[in-house]
Write a protein that binds this ligand. Structure first.
Ligand code: GDP
Length: 728
């Protein structure tokens, strides 16, 4: 039977008309795992008895123990629609907010998304985040409204009330789509029950219905309601099986790889669309050069590193020699495979339009472009919704494990690109920065359990950002030999430009003209927009000089100095954010020997460091939104927990006897929140957090926080002055 399944899958793989690449996205607990399991069971990929119970997609023990999905795993399933077989490649996405980064990369691989929403709770913060990520990648949404049984049996709504509630929810989702991407909305991307882009049902009880499904089965809305009220879920599941309603919707309304790539390639690749490779990707041409983008890397105990990704053009075969973006030597592909459940099946060949898993790509990281075309323009990098804001220092418990720890840290960073590992040169510690306390706890467990290295970690610390509130300069930065001088001014980057960077809408890779137009539209001066020399994280280096000899050939070193400062600002060595550095003049030695790295990098660096300290350099601290769902009588205790942490309550709504508190608090105050809210509410609060950006640190705290950071980093405790950075 298994052999037959493999044959069916491989046959379908080479016919893009018959393929759908999709992801299921949802707020935590809205039923993504239950839905995935039951879809797989429906397609005969796992036994019906096990579905729902074994949390199939959560292949990691850690995830099962915590009941959350962390890594993206992939499965393929075959579904029959209108007498024809189709292949649905399903990429799993994490439901927990602390791991938002993974959703973004999964979205790069797929063309469509099933957005799952709990009928009782409605859209939640994470629903919005994942929907926004999907639309940004031009991934088309359809809607599955889950837990409809609760509406009827817990909230006791009648058929009419139920219809009104579902209608409201659909309207709300459309409003979100319109607000997030009006261009796609106008192109017809909205969800519509009458059309069939909405299904609703109960993943737990294995039934779902949509308007086309009502027509197909003859079961009416009222009948669905009656079965549910009578708690006869079994009959309903027989008449309206979940997988049929959902997969029919996927096949009918989500695009084929060919249709999707004709649009999506314009968003994720900025090379020449008229070139051979451009045309090949736009049409998913399996006979052209290979263009593969890596969206996930995982460790397989037997096969080693497995790189999963989307194949946009060409075909993958064993033994192929490929270029990996950023690597100097070619890599050789060893195994080529597709996923079926937790298994990876080796196949001979995978053509364009599919999601594939390969081994042998030694140099690949998440986001790598893999190609057979020398010098191919790389894919646009994947931008993450949240940034690392919490860090811990990691040490091996036993000295002898140190070399192993270094290797393991390299591995976990490769597997999870939202994790940043750095070595603190001053103290020799390894620092691990992630998106939240829980994120780092999970990684620490993984290091100990999967990788077998016992470690100790320090309590979590906040990662701040440095920024400037004023303007300063021109300030002169001199090289140690005094023969090279750079004059820079610094100022806060325009808010509109920050927004462009945050949304990944501008990069150094895109065509210069396109970038310039976007910057000018966002409020940047024309001459400055023309002189963009570098965009690093959320900082920009602008060169507004004219006709300075040797500057071109020195620029790379100048920018190296710039990047060093942006990685570690002058005030506290925390990363910089929202800084615009403008080069207004430069003097360079005519002999290249006297303007090497040891001269130019420090000159460039010191000018920027001094200028920033003159421009009201200050710290920004990360905040998180905190959503708490709590019974009415425990509300006071929950609200106090937030208010006692420099937090603010933004909104409160009630649903039945539950109150939903929407609030915001600094990350630094939220450590230990899990335990405290549990005791404050007798364990009856459910809560989740979401990254909420950076805000200025209260003025009366700055000195203390900065000194604390400096001391920890082995720097002198006193706040630095501009003169400290200027060589006399
Ligand atoms: P995920 O976090 O989005 O993957 O959510 P899960 O699939 O783990 O589901 C969260 C909880 O909701 C579990 O306890 C499920 O049993 C329950 N659940 C899922 N679907 C339904 C449903 O249709 N009706 C009801 N009543 N509960 C459901």
């Amino acid at each position: 039977r298994r052999k037959k399944m493999v044959e069916r899958v491989t046959a379908l793989m080479s016919n893009p008309e018959m393929i759908r690449n999709i992801g299921i996205v949802a707020h935590i607990d809205h039923g993504k795992t239950t839905l995935s399991d039951n879809l797989l069971a429906g397609a005969g990929m796992i036994s019906k008895e096990l579905a729902g119970r074994q949390l199939f997609m959560d292949s990691d023990e850690e995830e099962q123990a915590r009941g959350i999905t962390i890594d993206s795993a992939n499965v393929s399933m075959v579904h029959e629609y209108n007498g024809k077989e189709y292949l649905i490649n399903l990429i799993d996405t994490p439901g927990h907010v602390d791991f938002g980064g993974d959703v973004t990369r999964a979205m790069r691989a797929v063309d469509g998304a099933v957005v799952v929403i709990d009928a009782v709770e409605g859209t939640m913060p994470q629903t919005e985040t994942v929907l926004r990520q999907a639309l940004k990648e031009h991934v088309k949404p359809v809607l599955f409204i889950n837990k409809v049984d609760r509406l009827i049996n817990e909230l006791q709504v009648d058929a009419q009330e139920m219809q009104i509630r579902l209608g409201k929810l659909i309207d709300h989702v459309n409003k979100l789509i319109k607000g997030m991407n009006e261009e796609r909305y106008n192109a017809g991307w909205r969800v519509d029950a009458a059309e069939g882009t909405v299904a609703f049902g109960s993943a737990l009880y294995n039934w779902a219905i949509s308007v086309p499904m009502m027509q197909k089965t003859g079961v009416s809305f009222q009948q669905v309601f009656d079965y549910c009220r009578a708690e006869d879920m079994k009959s309903l599941a027989e008449k309206c099986p979940l997988h049929e309603a959902v997969n029919d919707m996927v096949i009918r309304f989500l695009p084929t790889p060919i249709v999707a790539q004709a649009d999506r390639v314009n968003v994720i690749w900025h090379g020449d669309k008229e070139s051979k490779i451009g045309k090949a990707m736009l049409s998913a041409d399996a006979t052209a050069d290979l263009a593969f983008m890596v969206t996930d890397i995982s460790m397989d105990p037997h096969a080693g590193e497995v790189a999963t990704g989307r194949l946009f053009s060409g075909s993958l075969t064993r033994g192929m020699e490929v270029y990996v973006s950023g690597a100097s030597k070619k890599n050789r592909i060893q195994q080529v495979g597709v996923f079926m459940g937790p298994e990876r099946l080796e196949v001979e060949n995978i053509p364009a339009g599919n999601i594939a898993a390969v081994t042998g790509l030694r140099d690949a990281i998440v986001g790598s472009t893999v190609t057979t075309l020398d010098g191919m323009e790389a894919f646009e990098s994947i931008t993450h919704a949240s940034e690392p804001v919490v860090t811990v220092a990691v040490e091996a418990k036993h000295m002898k494990d140190l070399p192993k720890l270094v290797e393991v840290l390299r591995q976990v960073a490769k597997e999870d690109p939202t994790l940043k590992i750095t070595l603190n040169e001053e103290t020799g510690e390894h620092l691990m920065a992630g998106m939240g306390e829980l994120h780092l706890e999970v990684i620490a467990h993984r290091i100990e359990r999967d990788k077998g290295v016992e470690i100790t970690t320090t309590p979590p610390l906040v990662v701040y950002r440095e920024t400037i509130r004023g303007t300063a300069g021109p300030v002169e930065g001199k090289s140690p030999n005094r023969h090279n001088r750079f004059y820079v001014t610094v100022e806060p980057l325009e808010e509109g430009v920050r927004e462009l960077i945050r949304n990944g809408e501008i990069s150094m890779r895109m065509p210069e003209v396109e970038r310039r137009e976007k910057l000018i539209a966002a409020g940047m001066d024309k001459d400055e927009a023309k002189g963009i020399a570098d965009i690093f994280e959320s900082n920009i280096y602008v060169d507004v000089t004219k006709g300075i000899q040797y500057l071109n050939e020195t620029m790379e070193l100048v920018l190296e100095g710039f990047q060093e400062v942006m990685k570690a600002g002058p005030l506290s060595r925390e990363p910089c954010m929202g800084v615009k550095v403008k080069l207004t003049d430069a003097k360079l030695h005519e002999d290249a020997v006297h303007r090497g790295p040891a001269q130019v990098i420090p000159a460039s660096r010191q000018g920027i460091q001094a200028a920033m300290l003159m421009a009201d350099d200050t710290l920004l601290e990360p905040h998180q939104k905190v959503f708490i769902q709590v019974p009415q009588d425990q509300m006071g205790g929950a609200a106090k927990e937030i208010q006692g942490r420099r937090g603010v309550i933004i909104n409160m709504t009630s649903e039945g006897d539950m109150t939903i508190i929407e609030s915001k608090a600094p990350v630094s105050e939220l450590f230990g929140f899990a335990g405290d809210i549990r005791s404050a509410t007798e364990g009856r609060a459910m809560w989740s957090t979401e990254f909420a950006g950076f805000d200025t640190l209260p003025a009366n705290m700055t000195t203390e926080v900065v000194s604390g950071i400096r001391e920890r980093k082995g720097l002198k405790k006193e706040l630095p002055q501009a003169s400290d950075y200027l060589s006399m």
